[in-house]
Ligand binder design. Structure first.
Ligand code: 5GP
Length: 137
């Protein structure tokens, strides 16, 4: 995988406003926040997208995400937040190193704006699709 801006941040070659670090995870403030407290949480393991990440690195991220979210809420006074995790340029991923966004949502509307073009799941399609996914786990 090619080097990204985040591998340079992990290596200490580019500065960041760090909020947390352990053997497998680094968290720091987003340089262009959608709202106050917008934080990025990344694995030190280099993987472009979540589906390519090891179980171990994923577990390390999952272990700290709730604690980091609590800290962001307490430090900002926000009471709501979104976790965003983009995979692939089509899905709005700009930095090709796995990252989770913690984005506080405020009463003034600042934070993540969400489009949610919901459709209806047909029962036959749902059964076939669920079986297809389950069969690949
Ligand atoms: P994506 O669209 O890939 O999910 O989001 C990438 C995020 O990384 C963006 O929110 C962007 O502001 C942030 N970002 C890009 N470059 C840097 C950087 O050099 N430092 C920091 N702290 N954040 C960055």
């Amino acid at each position: 995988m090619a080097d990204t801006i985040f591998s340079k941040i992990i290596a200490g070659e580019i500065p960041c406003f760090r909020v947390y670090e352990d053997d497998q995870v680094l968290a720091f403030l987003d340089i262009n926040p959608l709202s106050k407290g917008h934080t990025l949480v990344i694995p030190k393991e280099a993987a472009e997208t979540l589906d390519r990440l090891s179980d171990e690195a994923a577990a390390a991220l999952g272990r700290v995400l709730p604690r980091l979210s609590r800290a962001v809420l307490q430090a900002t006074g926000a009471t709501a937040f979104n976790i965003l995790q983009n995979n692939g340029a089509t899905a709005h991923q700009a930095v090709m190193h796995v990252h989770f966004h913690i984005i506080p949502k405020y009463a003034d509307g600042s934070g993540l704006g969400i489009g949610w073009p919901a459709r209806t799941l047909n029962a036959d399609d749902g059964a076939a699709l669920a079986a297809a996914i389950a069969g690949r786990l």
